[in-house]
Write a new protein. Structure first.
Length: 265
């Protein structure tokens, strides 16, 4: 075991959480689960697998991840989502780290799946994220969606060997539902931060996103799944600004009231 705490936020993840935790147990003895009152077996599975599990109210992705960081045993934090599984090469890479420089953060390559198919091209095929950092110098932003790590100016980024396998969606229906959900959250975030709609963002940007994903980044080589991802990427981009435009118009008529969206991720 190495002095790294793994933090996972959950909501009804019973189908995937066991595989995620079992892989994480090859890294550390401190796995923190921040659960948003799951109604399935997520809590019991995590408890039986020896995790430290805490049920917390939902305050947004970044906020709940920070809650887990605060409950961790170690200062070094590996942030993992419930539908992500570390591979053996990444486990060995983590065990080889000295972890003696808090000014370094570690970037990890992702392998994303559409159902059981590995997506090798498009935006998904190029995915990587900083997920290992020291909590004394790095925290998550507390945005409700698309949270980012707040990195010091002089931080050094290093890439780790190995991959995180991301089992993102089971099928087109789930992918479409996620696009709809995140579009709502993004529109709310844009409204709160003063971002405005214009014709380029509403009409040109979605088309450009489709072309980049499907043609420039060779998404068409992933076959039917690549086509589905490109279409849903286009739809998500358009919906974000469509909903923002609607919220802006409503705000002109009456005070803004935040939508009560169910949290499923």
């Amino acid at each position: 075991m190495i002095p790294v705490s793994i933090v996972i936020i959950t909501k009804n993840e019973a189908e995937v959480i066991a595989d995620c935790i079992n892989a994480a147990k090859m890294i550390t003895d401190d796995i923190i689960i921040v659960d948003n009152y799951s109604t399935d077996e997520t809590f019991n599975i995590a408890r039986l697998l020896g995790c430290h599990i805490y049920q917390k109210n939902w305050d947004g992705y970044g906020a709940n991840k920070n809650k887990g960081i605060g409950l961790a045993k170690y200062d070094w934090i590996l942030s993992v989502d419930a539908d992500e599984i570390v591979d053996l090469e990444l486990v060995l890479s983590l065990h080889s780290l000295k972890l003696d420089n808090t000014g370094i953060v570690y970037d990890i390559k992702f392998k994303s799946y559409f159902g059981k198919k590995l997506i090798r091209h498009g935006n998904w095929g190029r995915d990587h994220h900083i997920r290992l950092f020291n909590r004394t110098v790095v925290k998550w932003s507390e945005a409700n969606v698309h949270e980012t790590l707040m990195l010091p100016e002089q931080v050094q980024i290093e890439r780790l060997d190995g991959c995180m396998h991301h089992y993102s969606v089971k099928d087109s229906n789930e992918c479409n539902n996620k696009a709809l959900y995140y579009a709502h959250l993004s529109a709310e975030k844009y409204l709160q931060t003063g971002k405005k709609v214009n014709p380029v963002k509403l009409y040109i940007s979605p088309i450009f996103s489709f072309i980049k994903n499907y043609i420039v980044f060779l998404g068409f080589l992933d076959g039917r799944e690549g086509w589905s991802i490109a279409k849903i990427t286009y739809k998500n981009k358009w919906l974000k600004y469509h909903y923002l435009n609607r919220l802006e118009n409503n705000a002109k008529k009456k005070p803004y009231i935040k939508a009560n969206l169910a949290v499923e991720y």
